[in-house]
Design a protein around this ligand. Structure first.
Ligand SMILES: Nc1ncnc2c1ncn2[C@@H]1O[C@H](COP(=O)(O)OP(=O)(O)O)[C@@H](O)[C@H]1O
Ligand SMILES: N[C@@H](CCOP(=O)(O)O)C(=O)O
Length: 302
């Protein structure tokens, strides 16, 4: 079998009220170079992956084994080189990109017994929710559900002129820590608020109603509980629209914050505002404008 490369993009999950069900893909990537050979080697490369294991306990390799398990076949040996420019534990889906890239690479090594839908189901069950793995796999904006019957999704092309600005703080927040602060139960009023806003957001994104994003992105399911872990988040959620954002949300489990912007507008004042929030809270970090990735995970055979 010839060597191949798998590239999976980062994601921004939730988009406010779409907790565990709505996400989009952005062009930062985890890339695997896979060379079939007689023994297994796992080789993380680059400063971004410092601290990740150089052996079979690496998350990427574990993901490859999940593909083999679902296919009911042993995983062939290979050298797996891993590179990533998705920052770890920042709410931009580094684990989702690693998981999807690994499952897709495992599936390719096995001769592709799994359909894209099965790859998604394996990834969503492992992650526990489909909102970051579905856009990492399919690109664009994805609405998805995971239940005992399977994983179901609709992929949307992003509306014209919609792009994101992300504030990526220089500190890590693991998804497990940010999930542990959430309540176990919610009132009916909170449930109705969440489902109505998530439904409105999905509908607004599907028909390009950018004017509705700010209202539709209101959320009381996860952001208020996570705000103490992300200094400045509450200010940005309340004020970003005054500085040119179409809407704002915690990206995934944080600490990255996502703002939507209109590509026809200059984002300089939004950048200035986001830097001022970081300065006020004694934080450092990066502010980046990114398009929405429409490609998802790709395999290149050499
Ligand atoms: N390319 C990768 N290779 C190995 N492990 C990875 C990779 N990307 C992410 N991980 C693992 O996933 C963890 C981050 O996952 P998580 O807390 O869910 O945050 P994120 O929001 O970035 O997905 C990292 O600390 C690391 O253990
Ligand atoms: N819905 C999940 C999304 C986690 O995404 P990640 O990119 O932070 O891994 C959550 O909010 O916990």
């Amino acid at each position: 079998m010839t060597p191949f490369t798998v590239r999976a993009p980062a994601s921004s999950a939730n988009l406010g009220p779409g907790f565990d069900s709505l996400g989009l893909s952005v062009p930062l990537y985890t890339t695997l170079r896979v060379t079939p050979q007689g023994h297994t080697e796992v080789v993380p490369m680059g400063a971004g992956l410092d601290g990740t294991p150089h052996n079979e306990s690496n998350y990427v390799y574990k993901a490859m084994l999940l593909a083999a398990k679902r296919a009911g076949q042993p995983l062939p040996h290979a050298r797996i080189e891993i590179e990533s420019d998705v920052p770890l534990a920042r709410g931009l889906g580094s684990s989702a990109a690693a998981l999807v890239a690994g499952i897709v690479a495992g599936n390719e090594l096995l001769g592709n017994p799994l359909t894209p839908e099965a790859v998604l189901d394996v990834a969503a069950r492992e992650e526990g929710h489909p909102d970051n793995v579905a856009p990492a796999l399919f690109g664009g904006i994805v609405v998805a559900t995971l239940d005992k019957l399977g994983t179901h999704y609709v992929r949307l092309d992003p509306p014209a002129h919609l792009a994101v600005t992300v504030l990526i703080p220089d500190f890590e927040l693991s998804t497990s820590k940010a999930r542990a602060v959430l309540p176990k139960e919610y009132s009916r009023a909170d449930a109705v608020h969440a489902l109505s806003h998530a439904a409105l957001l999905a509908a607004a994104l599907s028909v390009g109603r950018l004017d509705l994003l700010r209202h539709a992105m209101q959320d009381y399911i996860h952001q208020i509980w996570r705000a103490p872990l992300v200094p400045g988040l509450s200010d940005i959620l309340e004020e970003a629209h005054k500085h040119g954002a179409l809407g704002a949300a915690l990206s995934g489990a944080g600490p990255t914050v996502l703002c939507f912007h209109d590509t026809r507008e200059d984002t300089a004042r939004l950048h200035t505002y986001l830097h001022s929030v970081m300065a006020k809270n004694g934080l450092t970090g990066t502010v980046l404008d990114l398009p929405i990735d429409v490609v998802g995970t790709v395999i290149e055979r050499h």
